[in-house]
Write a protein that binds this ligand. Structure first.
Ligand code: AMP
Length: 470
């Protein structure tokens, strides 16, 4: 399969893919979509960043359309279980993006935000529900949701769900689902406990696996420049002038930031264009065409605007701002070193971003080379982590409480809902990861040594009777 047309996806879905600028299916999509369209259960070994979300979302949307019936009150047709609020939000974003021409009804059920809005959203019934396991059970137990009409079940990042202690919740949920359903099961690794869980949940599953993202990342030369915030514009200009830049993609966290960077570069005599959500589709296309043709060699983008950008020959990715979601770093740098080419990724890290850098290094399990250009007064400041729960075993408020702080969401996730932000991923046990590496040895069949996109090593398991927070 070399093109999305080969799958025969329904026209509104094909149009959405065109809108997203998806041209070629990724390997996990090429393998999974035909099997899922044929109604098979699938076990997929794939990490975030491989395009796995579309590999389940597209065939499910197609099959929903083949038999478009109105969901009954308090039910859903598709249930996607994911370990974290953050990932759940991204999955919902993807369903909404691929289903944008379908008038899809899709909603989230995640912990850490009030239940009332979720209860109301489920009242008329929805086609797609993306949920973290604990909140889902709360909704079922509170009579806000019935699971007997689920036709499609997706488990995403199953290994992480087990790591986080969700096994009992998952078993309880699966016990309430109809036996006749299609199940798509994704995990970055396939140790025995995950394989056992899959064996209990799937019927005659087809197996697919993709090369880890590490193979791309290994070709990217990554480095960090630590500096003061105020020094960033000059440092960026210097990189773009000095490095042998073919095409450079510069990432900023905000739209405003992207425009400011473009203005700053113009002052330094460097032509650049910004691409972000405030720009019209026409503008976006013009800018992309200029970038593709090499007319303008620097493109400044926010994460969401960059999603659909598929340009070969990006020699440099520069993170003007470091992302506060570590996976985003991996997505960003993956824009270079495409199609077997080499790439350079340089990140400017100032002030509080040091905490984001730690998260990134933890995820990729690599200590990135750093050049310290901070002014003396700034060097010793090692700011406390800004975002709840990311840097140590911290007590969380009771799951489902309304009182959780709601850190700023990344751009990518701002599209859904307009209620309180779901908190950043809590990952209650992540901090134990370093200690548990030894336990992991020999557990991951055939995936050992996959350093890059693999999650933190499996943390100590919690008491199986204790419900994790999410
Ligand atoms: P995922 O692994 O599902 O989180 O996807 C990683 C990123 O790749 C997301 O930003 C997707 O929007 C993007 N993506 C997924 N499939 C494709 C494709 N076929 N072509 C271009 N981008 C894609």
């Amino acid at each position: 399969m070399t093109s999305f047309q080969d799958f025969g996806l329904a026209d509104p879905i094909a149009r959405a893919l065109h809108d997203e600028n998806y041209r070629t299916p990724t390997p996990i999509q090429a393998q999974t979509i035909p099997l899922a369209l044929a109604g098979r259960d699938v076990i997929g070994i794939a990490q975030t960043g491989t395009g796995k979300t579309a590999s389940f979302a597209l065939p499910i949307l197609h099959r929903l359309l083949e038999n478009r019936v109105k969901p009954q009150s308090k039910t859903c047709r598709v249930l996607v279980l994911s370990p974290t609020r953050e990932l759940s939000g991204q999955i919902l974003d993807s369903f909404n993006a691929y289903g944008r021409h379908l008038r899809l009804t899709a909603t989230l059920a995640i912990g850490g935000v009030p239940m009332g809005r979720q209860v109301r959203a489920l009242m008329p019934g929805v086609e797609v529900l993306v949920a973290t396991p604990g909140r889902l059970l709360d909704l079922v137990q509170g009579n806000a949701l019935k699971l007997q009409h689920v036709e499609f079940l997706v488990l995403d990042e199953a290994d992480r769900m087990l790591d986080m202690g969700f096994i009992n919740d998952i078993r309880k949920i699966v016990a309430k689902l109809p036996i006749r359903r299609q199940t798509l099961f994704f995990s970055a690794t396939m140790p025995k406990d995950i394989a056992d869980l899959a064996a209990q949940m799937l019927r005659d599953p087809a197996r697919v696996a993709v090369t880890p993202v590490s193979s791309t990342a290994e070709r990217i030369s990554q480095r960090i420049i630590q500096l003061d915030h105020a020094a960033k514009p000059a440092a960026l200009a210097e990189i773009l002038k000095q490095e042998t830049v073919g095409r450079a993609l510069v990432f900023t966290r905000t739209k405003h930031g992207a425009d400011k960077v473009v203005k700053g570069l113009a002052k330094a005599g460097i032509a650049a264009n910004a691409i972000h959500g405030n720009k019209s589709q026409n503008h976006r296309e013009r800018v992309l065409a200029a970038f593709r043709s090499g007319e303008v060699r620097t493109l400044v983008a926010t994460d969401i605007a960059a999603r659909g950008i598929d340009v070969d020959g990006v020699s440099h990715v520069v993170n003007f701002d470091l992302p506060n979601v570590p996976e985003t770093y991996v997505h960003r740098i993956g824009r270079t070193a495409r199609a077997g080419a080499e790439g350079v990724a340089i990140s400017l890290c100032a002030g509080e971003e040091i905490a984001y850098l730690r998260d990134i290094e933890k995820l990729i399990r690599v200590a990135l080379p750093k050049e310290d250009r901070r002014s003396p007064g700034q060097r010793d400041t090692s700011p406390a982590p800004q975002r709840g729960g990311r840097h140590g075993p911290q007590p969380h408020a009771a799951r489902g409480s309304d009182g959780n702080p709601a850190p700023k969401r990344s751009r990518r996730r701002r599209r859904y809902g307009n209620g309180p932000s779901p908190a950043s991923r809590p990952e209650p046990l992540r901090a134990a990861a370093g200690k548990s590496e030894g336990r992991n040895e020999g557990r991951n069949e055939g995936m050992q040594g996959v350093a890059f996109m693999q999650r933190d090593s499996r943390p100590l398991r919690r008491n199986p009777n204790q419900r994790p927070q999410q």
